[in-house]
Each structure stands twice: as C-alpha cells, then as structure tokens.
Design a binder for this molecule. Structure first.
Ligand SMILES: Cc1cc2nc3c(=O)[nH]c(=O)nc-3n(C[C@H](O)[C@H](O)[C@H](O)COP(=O)(O)OP(=O)(O)OC[C@H]3O[C@@H](n4cnc5c(N)ncnc54)[C@H](O)[C@@H]3O)c2cc1C
Length: 551
C-alpha cells in the first residue's frame, strides 16, 4: 500500500508550531549560528536533530566536485532521519546558510522526547519514516554498484541493500557511464564487482558487512552493563519481542544476520495478516516494525551474525561474527529457518544467477518476460507463482506430491488454477540444471519417470526450511530436526522457555511452532511477559568483564 507522493512529502517535511517547538526545547540546547557553521557532518554517528528557530539551514550532499543542496529549511522545520536514532552515520551534512538560531537535540534526548511526549513522537516518527521512504524511492547516485547483473556477488549486495531499504543504483560493467563514475579513482582495481560510496570511496568485491561498514551502518552498542533482553534474529518473532520488550521498559538489543524482516521480509504479499485486508508486502511490514522498535528505544543492528551463546557469571554472552560480544540478562532466540536447497550437484553455480529462494520485486526483475519454475507445495510457493505470473511469460509450478490440498491454503489453490499462464506439474521434480553464467534450462522428471527439458530463466525453490540453530550450545535441547524445544517438557517455566532458564525461543526456530507471520509475532510479543518474570525472579548480577560490543 504505497502512500501518494504529495502525502508522503507532507508527512516527511512538516512545520513545527510554537507549542511543538516548546515541547522539544526541553530536550535540546539552543545555538546561535553563522553562515557556514556545520551542525552535523557526513559520517557523524548520533548526530543531533536540528530544529530551525531563525534563519535558514541546508542539508548538503558532499561530493568531490561540489556540494549539492538537498533541502533548505526555515523556522519550524527540522533536519533528522531514522538513522539518527539507530546510530547510523549521517549520509549528508547540515550547515547554517544564514545567521540564525537552532535547537540541537542529541539522539538520546530525541529518543526520550519520542518516548514521553506523544504529540512530538507521532510527528517525528512519521516524518522520519516518510523521509526514509522518499530516500528509498529516489534513485540515489550516492551508492553505485558496478558489475555483472545476476552474478552472486552483485545479488548478495543488492539483497542486503534492498532488504535494508538503502538507496542505490546498479550500472552494468559494459555501460559507458562506468567510465564517468570511476574517473575520480584512476585505474580501477581488478575486481568483479565495484561499489562507489558517495562518489568518494571505491570498494573492490566487498561483502555485505564491509559495505555496511563503509556506509556507516555499524552501530556501537556501548554496553555499560548487560541488556535486560538480547534478541537474536529480527524476523517477525524477534522484531515483536524487541518492540514489546522495549515498550515495556526493558533495555533491548536485537541483531540480525542480514536484514530486518526475516523470511517475511522476502514475501511479495502477505494476505493473511490481521488488519491488512488487501495484503501487505513483507518489506513494508518489516519497515513498520523496525520504525516501531526504534521508536520504543530498542537497539537494532544488522548485519551481525550470532556465532555462539554461552553463560558467564549469571549473564548470557552472544558472540558475533565480527568478534564482538553482547551481554544480556536474558536471551530470545528468534533466528527462524533457512531455505532448503534443491539438492542438485551444480545448484551452487546458479545461486543468485537463476536459482532464488524468495520471490520479491528484486527477483522479478530477472524474469524478464521469460518462463520460470517455482518448486514447492506450501503457501510461499503458491504466492510466488501468483506474483511471478505477472512478470514471467509462463510459470511452471512444480510439486513432487500428487496434490496441493494437504499443504496449501484453499484460496491460493483456487487462484493458481485460475491464472492462465501458470502450469501445474504434480508428482514432478527438477532433476537437472543447465546453463553457463546463468541458468538457462531444467529437466523436469514426471511421475512415470518421463523427462522433459524446459527453457527457463529462473527456478524459485520454495521447498521448506531448516532451523538456524548452528550457533547454539549443544546443551540446549532440540528436536530431531534441530528446532529448539521449549516449555514444560524441557523444564521451561513458560511455553517459550528453553531447557536453559533465561533463554527463550520464539517463531519458526521453535519446535512445534506454527510457521506463520501472525504466530511468530504473537510468540514474540507474549514471550516478553515470561522474560519479565524471569528477570524479576533472578536477582541482578554483577556484569562480567569485558564487554567489547561493536554491533
Ligand atoms: C516467501 C515467503 C512467503 C511467506 N508468506 C507468508 C504469508 O503470506 N503468511 C504467513 O503467515 N507466513 C508466510 N511465510 C512464513 C513466515 O514468513 C514465517 O513463518 C515467519 O517469517 C517466521 O518468523 P521468524 O521471526 O520466526 O523467523 P524468520 O522470518 O526466519 O527470521 C529469522 C531471522 O533471523 C536471522 N538469523 C538467522 N540466523 C542468525 C544468526 N546466527 N545471527 C543473527 N541473525 C540470524 C535471519 O537473517 C532472519 O532475519 C512466508 C515465508 C516465505 C519465505
């Protein structure tokens, strides 16, 4: 449900009235400005909210050649963005254009204002969210990926950026524009994929984490003591735990390996989530959840992968892939599940270059009016086929079972049967993949062993998922498939407590959970009550040393 551009503009750039300015004054300091005074600079983290009282201020995009004015503001207008609350570094600079006066509110004070003054909270949070959306919609030249479309490295970067709603553009290696973009850097390094950040920095074959660092997405969680609640995984379950935890007064830190939203974030349309009768894209739902979590003061950071969980001196330590550690008095495991691979010998060659595990706008770009295959019998497979039928010439929906009734919702089956360019194949498997740099064809093997080769440009594997539990200690009880066991049968004092008191599990990662967005959100919300109870029952402990947490 996208907001019309004029309404989005009004939401993004409101003018504060005197009463609202006075409300913010309590959280700010006043500064007299002269033309050229820098109020925050590109790269600053926890930069202040700037409210103009008198005179004019400008937001500038810095570049090698000249600064570009993105926005000029006068009395009652303010400069700030969602990232200022999360510790993200400033993408642009803010300078005074004329003599004047401004209010400066540091990030922590803005968070406090949002928490305690409802009129200010609504206005700021709505404006910040709208600004981020406008930024996403405008093709930004501040981040450019140069490479070969559909290669795994380009796709990994695009997935990270898209899923985190970070504006960027892609230029094919063969495009003449590449010469202009790379001109400031002299002879380009011999890399397959190059990324130009703000026209000033060139990265050769960066990983998503390296790109996040270059973008200033690194958050520094200054832990003076353990967080009340550490949430690992920010799919619907983890995000709900972060929102409810933070809103109910727990100091809450959440991390995710890739992006906020989890599997749901890859869904093009979730139609069965309460309150969205015409459906909502997973990306949009995740964004709303992220804004809500940040609004309540949860510290959410990506991309950070949890690599271990251990108990030390009565607290829990989550080790991360960057070597940092987070410390918590309780932990909610919400790491969900990972897509199952097709199990074909050369599948890795085509991952990101013809084999996909999600069907969003990003993957739809690669259909290009060709034929595609969707494999699977669940709702996610059905939704993928419906969605892709609008982008592909034909969708071959392949399922190894004899019918969909046992695994897919009736409404989806009825829809699939009605779409003319969807062909249903039952008792069928994909047995071979063909192509060179990209996938070109597959062999489908039918119920009688009959084989047919189909020219396609993509296979969407929607065949289930395995739990993301490889980072957990062996002592934490799991079922035969690796899902985390919780509740009375493992000695848990609530339905979501694991075999280790103080560690809880919610959502798809939990054994016997219903694998749905609503149930993941429900479990993430409800678990906070059990966390509260656990924290009350265990006396606060002395924090162990050291806490090196760069998250
Ligand atoms: C394409 C698709 C469409 C779907 N459509 C629907 C639908 O319409 N309706 C519906 O109800 N359900 C739908 N589902 C199912 C639904 O999305 C899931 O049930 C739900 O997302 C589970 O939420 P979760 O938070 O438990 O886990 P996940 O969504 O799996 O989130 C887990 C998160 O943990 C992170 N993570 C994993 N390991 C680590 C680690 N070691 N360190 C840090 N982070 C980690 C992952 O990056 C991920 O973001 C769909 C699923 C898919 C894939």
């Amino acid at each position: 449900m996208s907001i019309p551009a004029d309404i989005l503009q009004r939401q993004a750039f409101p003018v504060l009235d005197d009463e609202q300015i006075d409300a913010l004054r309590a959280f700010s300091t006043e500064k007299v400005t002269q033309p050229g005074d820098v109020l925050f600079e590109v790269g600053d983290s926890f930069y202040p909210l700037v409210v103009v009282l008198e005179g004019r201020t400008r937001i500038l995009e810095r570049s090698e050649s000249a600064d570009r004015v993105i926005k000029e503001s006068g009395r009652g207008e303010f400069h700030g963005e969602l990232g200022m609350l999360t510790g993200q570094r400033a993408f642009a600079a803010c300078v005074a254009a004329t003599p004047g006066r401004v209010l400066l509110a540091q990030a922590a004070a803005v968070q406090e204002a949002i928490r305690t003054v409802p009129e200010v909270s609504d206005l700021l949070v709505t404006a910040f969210a709208a600004r981020r959306q406008i930024l996403m919609q405008s093709a930004s030249a501040s981040l450019t990926i140069i490479g070969v479309e559909e290669t795994a490295s380009v796709r990994a970067l695009q997935e990270f950026l898209d899923r985190n709603r970070i504006p960027h553009r892609f230029i094919a290696r063969v495009d003449p524009a590449v010469t202009v973009v790379l001109a400031p850097f002299g002879y380009p390094p011999p890399a397959q994929t190059l990324v130009v950040v703000r026209g000033t920095r060139l990265l050769a074959d960066p990983t998503p984490i390296e790109l996040a660092r270059a973008l200033g997405l690194d958050l520094v969680v200054d832990q003076e003591g353990p967080a009340d609640l550490l949430v690992v995984g920010t799919g619907p379950a983890g995000l709900a735990a972060a929102v409810y935890g933070a809103s109910e007064g727990l100091s809450t830190v959440a991390i995710d390996n890739l992006a906020i939203g989890g599997q749901a974030g890859t869904s093009s349309r979730i139609e069965n989530y309460l309150g969205f009768p015409s459906g909502i894209s997973g990306g949009e739902l995740a964004f709303r959840g992220e804004v809500q979590a940040i609004k309540f003061g949860a510290r959410v950071t990506v991309p950070r992968r949890a690599t271990r969980l251990e108990e030390r001196d009565g607290c829990f330590i989550v080790g991360m892939d960057d070597g940092g550690e987070l410390l918590g008095r309780s932990v909610v495991i919400a790491t969900g599940a990972r897509y199952r691979r097709l199990g074909l010998p050369n599948q890795e060659q085509f991952e990101g270059a013809g084999i996909y595990y999600a069907a969003t706008d990003l993957e739809a770009r690669f259909c290009g009016g060709n034929e595609v295959v969707v494999v699977g019998g669940g709702n996610s497979a059905g939704q993928a086929s419906m969605f892709l039928s609008r982008h592909a010439r034909r969708v071959h929906h392949v399922y190894r079972g004899s019918g969909l009734q046992a695994s897919m919702s009736d409404y989806l089956i009825a829809r699939l049967q009605r779409v003319p360019n969807i062909k249903l194949w039952f008792g069928t498997n994909v047995t071979e993949l063909f192509g060179d740099e990209a996938l070109k064809a597959v062999t489908l093997r039918g119920p009688q062993g009959n084989k047919v080769r189909v020219q396609i440009s993509a296979v969407f594997a929607m065949i289930g998922a395995d739990p993301c539990t490889d980072w957990l200690p062996g002592s934490l009880e799991r079922d035969a498939k690796g899902f985390v066991r919780t509740g009375q049968e493992v000695g848990g004092s609530s339905s979501y407590e694991t075999s280790i008191p103080g560690i809880f599990a919610v959502g798809d990662v939990r054994a016997t959970s219903v694998k749905r967005v609503a149930s993941a959100v429900g479990e993430g919300s409800v678990v906070v009550q059990a966390v509260h109870r656990y924290l009350q029952e265990t006396s606060p402990t002395v924090a162990p040393e050291p806490i090196s947490a760069s998250a």
